[in-house]
Design a protein around this ligand. Structure first.
Ligand SMILES: Nc1ncnc2c1ncn2[C@@H]1O[C@H](COP(=O)(O)OP(=O)(O)OP(=O)(O)O)[C@@H](O)[C@H]1O
Ligand SMILES: [Mg+2]
Length: 269
C-alpha cells in the first residue's frame, strides 16, 4: 500500500516545501521508496530545495498532456537512493490542471513507491484541491503563531469536508523558538493541540541551519551533524509507527533546565 501524504498549511510561507524535501529525503534514507510531487504549479521551488533544478527534462504538465510516460518524467535523486521527484511546470498555471489529472498521474506511478509526498501550494483555491484531493493523509504545517494556527484550523476543516478522517491528519509545528516557548512567550505544543484537536507529529526549531541548507539546495537531513536532522528522523519513525514522544524533539534543543521546561509545557494552568 502506497501512503499518499499531502504537506499543506493554511498560511503561506510556513515551511511546507522545506519539510516536504527533508521528510522525503529522510524517508528514502530509511529505505522507503519515495516520490515527491511538486503541486505548486506556476511557482515551483521543491526542485531548488532538492538541488535538482538543473535535472528537469519533463514536468507534471508533460505527463498530464500525455507527452511523456510518468515514470520517464521522474527525476532520480543522484545522491539519495530511492528518492524520486516529479517537478511542477513554471509556465503552466494551477487552473490548467484538475484534481482528476493529479489523481491519474499518481495512480500511474503509485505501485512503484511506498510514499508519495505532495507539496501543496499556498492558499485554499484550486491548487489546494489539486494537491489535497488525491492524498489519503495530510500533514498540516503551522508556525506557533495565532494567525497561522487559525488558518491551519480552517484547512483542517476543509480536509475533513473533503472526506479525510481527522485521524489521517497530523500537525508539524515549524520554526519554534524554544527560548520563547520556555518563557511562556510562545504557544506550546499543548496550546496548539488544544486549538486544533489534531495530534502533533513533530516540532521543528527555527534554525539558521535550515536557511543555509535551503540556500545550498541540500536538504538538511543530508547533514549528519545537524540536530534538526534528528527531528526529521524522529518524524519519519513516528510516520512508520514508532512511539517516540514528540517531546523528544524538544529535548534535543533543551539540554539545560529540561525538567522546568517540561513542567511549563504540561502544566494545567
Ligand atoms: N525551521 C525553519 N527555520 C528557519 N527557516 C525556515 C524553517 N522552515 C522554513 N524556513 C524558511 O522559511 C521560508 C519559507 O519556507 P518554504 O518555502 O518551505 O515555505 P512554504 O510553506 O512552502 O511557502 P509557500 O506557501 O510559499 O509554498 C524559506 O526561506 C525557508 O528557508
Ligand atoms: Mg512551498
Amino acid at each position: 500500500m502506497t501512503r499518499k501524504i499531502v504537506i499543506t498549511s493554511g498560511k503561506g510561507g510556513v515551511g511546507k516545501t522545506t519539510i516536504t524535501a527533508n521528510l522525503g529525503t529522510e524517508l528514502a534514507k530509511s529505505g522507503e521508496r519515495v516520490c515527491l510531487i511538486d503541486a505548486d504549479i506556476g511557482l515551483k521551488n521543491l526542485d531548488v530545495l532538492l538541488g535538482l533544478e538543473d535535472h528537469i527534462n519533463y514536468t507534471i504538465m508533460d505527463v498530464i498532456n500525455d507527452m511523456v510516460e510518468p515514470l520517464e518524467a521522474l527525476i532520480r535523486h543522484p545522491g539519495v537512493k530511492n528518492l524520486f521527484f516529479l517537478p511542477a511546470s513554471q509556465v503552466a498555471t494551477k487552473d490548467m490542471v484538475s484534481h482528476n489529472d493529479m489523481e491519474r498521474v499518481i495512480e500511474r506511478i503509485e505501485e512503484h513507491f511506498d510514499y508519495i509526498l505532495i507539496d501543496c501550494p499556498a492558499g485554499i483555491e484550486k491548487g489546494f484541491k489539486n494537491a489535497t484531493i488525491p492524498a489519503e493523509e495530510a500533514i498540516v504545517v503551522t508556525n506557533p503563531e495565532l494567525p497561522a494556527i487559525t488558518d491551519a484550523d480552517r484547512v483542517i476543516g476543509l480536509l475533513e469536508a473533503q472526506g479525510m478522517p481527522d485521524t489521517n491528519i497530523k500537525v508539524i509545528i515549524n520554526r519554534v523558538k524554544f527560548n520563547l516557548m520556555k518563557n511562556g512567550n510562545m504557544l506550546t505544543k499543548k496550546d496548539i493541540e488544544n486549538a486544533l484537536s489534531i495530534d502533533v507529529i513533530g516540532i521543528i526549531p527555527d534554525s539558521d541551519e535550515m536557511i543555509i541548507a535551503t540556500n545550498k539546495g541540500v536538504p538538511i537531513v543530508l547533514d549528519g551533524n545537524s540536530k534538526v536532522s534528528k527531528v526529521f528522523s524522529n518524524i519519519v519513525k513516528r510516520l512508520q509507527g514508532e512511539l517516540i514522544p514528540v517531546e523528544a524533539d524538544i529535548d534535543l534543543f533543551e539540554k539545560s533546565g529540561l525538567l522546568g521546561f517540561l513542567k511549563t509545557l504540561f502544566s494545567k494552568d
